[in-house]
Design a protein around this ligand. Structure first.
Ligand code: AMP
Length: 246
């Protein structure tokens, strides 16, 4: 999870609106995490990544981490109840007054129903600060499957600053080393070709319906993800602005 630093301010000219609750949707490897980090810097709101929370639990060897690890290593989803509980707990903490970016959640229709109802409750109760009164905005990032495989198997992550590299498209200056803090880069255990195929099966069977759910609800935009990081960030910011002012 990436929190905005104290001096984080909207960095793009024209960002003069509250982003509110934002969902980033899309297949594994479309760039949800990278885009979420860019939006954190632009909008000064936190990223809530269920994948990051689960990986932290694995690193800390909690009971949840021990249960989740084998599922994640196989490319399978962790159960809805667990993941919903993690998100509900995070939304009870401060720091979400301007909004928040959910990255990698919801991934099933049960999770979508849960977050929709939870935010309805917050709205009705008038709790939790101004951003929770805004409707959810869902942004789906789309990338071809061949490109996704290349992105997933080429992805390397800095365990210190969480920056993401790609050995094909965006390698570090020095092989295997983070440009920013010199840490040895790591590959996620589930970023293999085999696990990618399993993750795509889960995605097609479950998450694709979540995208349709939000497309049908409105407050939805789809952006093309096979472009530079900055171009995709710009498209997402423009879509957010359009949806928030409509
Ligand atoms: P991610 O970092 O978003 O690619 O997530 C990595 C893995 O964590 C997924 O393949 C799932 O095993 C698990 N995971 C993350 N978010 C969820 C979620 N919303 N529902 C179920 N499993 C999840």
């Amino acid at each position: 999870m990436t929190e905005p630093s104290a001096d984080t301010k909207p960095a793009l000219a024209g960002i003069d609106f509250l982003p509110g609750p934002v969902l980033l949707l899309g297949a594994p490897g479309v760039g949800k995490g990278t885009q979420a980090q860019a939006l954190v810097r632009l909008f000064g709101m936190p990223q809530i990544s269920t994948g990051d929370i689960l990986r932290k639990n694995i690193a800390d060897k909690t009971d949840l981490g021990l249960r989740a690890k084998s599922l994640m290593d196989q490319g399978l989803f962790v159960d809805d109840e667990t993941v919903n509980g993690m998100v509900a707990a995070r939304l009870n903490q401060p720091g979400i007054e301007r909004g928040f970016i959910l990255d990698g959640y919801p991934r099933t229709l049960v999770q979508a129903g849960f977050i929709d109802a939870l935010l309805d409750l917050h709205r009705e109760a008038g709790t939790g600060g101004s951003a929770l009164h805004l409707p959810l905005v869902a942004i789906s990032i789309r990338v071809d499957e061949d490109e996704l495989l290349r992105r997933i198997t080429g992805r390397r992550i800095c365990p210190t600053c969480k920056r993401s590299y790609n050995i094909y498209a965006h390698p570090p200056a020095s092989e295997g080393i983070c440009d920013f803090d010199g840490t040895v880069l790591e590959q996620r255990a589930d970023d293999t070709g085999e696990t990618f195929r399993e993750r795509m099966v889960e995605y097609t069977a479950k998450t694709a319906y979540v995208i349709e759910h939000y497309r049908n609800k409105g407050c939805f935009a789809e952006v093309e993800g096979a472009r530079s990081v900055n171009e995709v960030t710009r498209s997402i910011s423009e879509a957010l602005k359009r949806l928030r002012s409509s």
